[in-house]
Design a protein around this ligand. Sequence first.
Ligand SMILES: Cc1cc2nc3c(=O)[nH]c(=O)nc-3n(C[C@H](O)[C@H](O)[C@H](O)COP(=O)(O)O)c2cc1C
Length: 347
Amino acid sequence: MAMLFTPFTLRGLTFPNRVAMPPMAQYMATGDGLPTYWHLVHYGARAVGRTGLLIVEVTSVDPGGRLTPRDLGLWQDEQVTSTAQMVQFLHTQGSVVAVQLGHAGRKAWGEEKGFGSTPLVSSTPEPFDEGWAVPREMDETEISHVVEAFRQATRRAMEAGYDLVEIHAAHGYLLHQFLSPLVNKRRDAYGGALTGRMRLLLEVARAVRAATPQDKPLFVRLSCTDWAEAGLTPSEIVEVARALKEEGVDLVHCSSGGAVPWAVPQPFPNYQVAFAEQVRREAGIPTCAVGLITEPSQAEEILQKGQADLVAVGRELLRNPYWPLQAARALDTEIEWPAQYLRAKPQ
Ligand SMILES: Cc1cc2nc3c(=O)[nH]c(=O)nc-3n(C[C@H](O)[C@H](O)[C@H](O)COP(=O)(O)O)c2cc1C
């Protein structure tokens, strides 16, 4: 039996296997942030393909925090019903279904790009890049509103039937804009040394944990390096992971980059796996590895070596929604096929 197809339990939730689909924005929501038939078919196909954990794409906790006007949202109660219908179908296929909650901060679309009337906000009043709007530096009242928005969106996520929330603190979006010393130039309690820079993330984690039932786990996605001198380093991220664990976070999803436009890594197979391994070992918290993992034997080896507890397969699952069914066969492991497709199962 391949380890990739063994179950994994966190708190009261058992993942049927170790294959995760990482969050991948589809830009197909309605203007009100509701899922469409596209989402049902897209996530539904990966659930039919037996992906153990589907992490639904970044879903905004605030209309002004959307990356684009076609992002999903959970910023108001009216968004719960249609989300619940999608989640209900995904559960019929046995997948665990998570949602990534986020706020784009200075990387939101913004009125300067023709969307919305909300000005951009960030840790520091500096734009992401040339041609981007200058954000306003958030004051403590705005910071507390963001924490509350994460709490309320988590409550809605639970009402919609999601099994867990992943907090998006990676890729240069709002929480990463506080974490990264390349972006955060504040002199108050939310800036300076790492304890200040991670304060907002810890407050968000506390609020999300409080709105999540005790038997359900909580994930955080982090950029484990800024790929730049004077940026975040993996050893700082180990510190962040330790503090998150104290707040009741159960798993760190180890990605990288995105804080600044000029530091772009050259990806190669497993290019982020060492981060998942280091965080797992040094912070003593389960991790999910991601980034150019495409082969069944590659995913299996990551687990066998104890580098991560879950393996996320992104673009390869876009190319092939039935990757888990085929990976099980490649790894000589019997898994249950959807009954409707049994006549197509290779003998
Ligand atoms: C179309 C697309 C949309 C993405 N959207 C998100 C997102 O909503 N949130 C996020 O954290 N990462 C997002 N990512 C990054 C992926 O989750 C993943 O980390 C990345 O694709 C690397 O994994 P891969 O090499 O297996 O594709 C996106 C990637 C793609 C290709």
